[in-house]
Every structure is written in structure tokens, then in C-alpha cells.
Design a protein around this ligand. Structure first.
Ligand code: SF4
Length: 63
């Protein structure tokens, strides 16, 4: 699994960081930062949930 972010879409609301804090955080400018671009298998489920819940569709999973 690889996670991609479209920073143009991110509104920094932190939904993803709450769902999968091991993988997503917020940087100083109020946008998402990806802590694990290739998340470990044990967090795949929460990453999928975070991607689904992002209100701006800023996150995608590549294979
Ligand atoms: S849930 Fe989406 S809009 Fe919110 S911080 Fe994460 S990537 Fe950005």
C-alpha cells in the first residue's frame, strides 16, 4: 500500500490524523503530512477508513 496526498485539496481538518495517527499528521501550515508513505500492514484498515472519511477526497491509495 502507498498513500498519496493532493495538498491542493487538503483543508487541514485533521480527520485523517484522528483515524490513523501513525500515518497522518498535520504540519505547521495546517496541511496533512504523511508520516508513513508506505504504511505497515497493521494500519491498513485505519488508513482505508481515513481515506474514505477525508471530506475533500485529498487522499488516495495506490495499490
Ligand atoms: S482528512 Fe483530508 S482534508 Fe483533512 S487533513 Fe486529512 S487529507 Fe487534509
Amino acid at each position: 500500500m502507498k498513500v498519496a496526498v493532493d495538498l491542493e485539496r487538503c483543508q487541514g481538518n485533521g480527520v485523517c490524523a484522528r483515524k490513523a495517527p501513525e500515518v497522518f499528521g498535520l504540519d505547521g501550515s495546517g496541511r496533512v503530512t504523511v508520516l508513513q508513505p508506505e504504511p505497515r500492514p497493521d494500519v491498513h484498515r485505519s488508513v482505508r477508513e481515513a481515506v474514505r472519511r477525508c471530506p475533500t477526497q485529498a487522499l488516495t491509495i495506490e495499490a
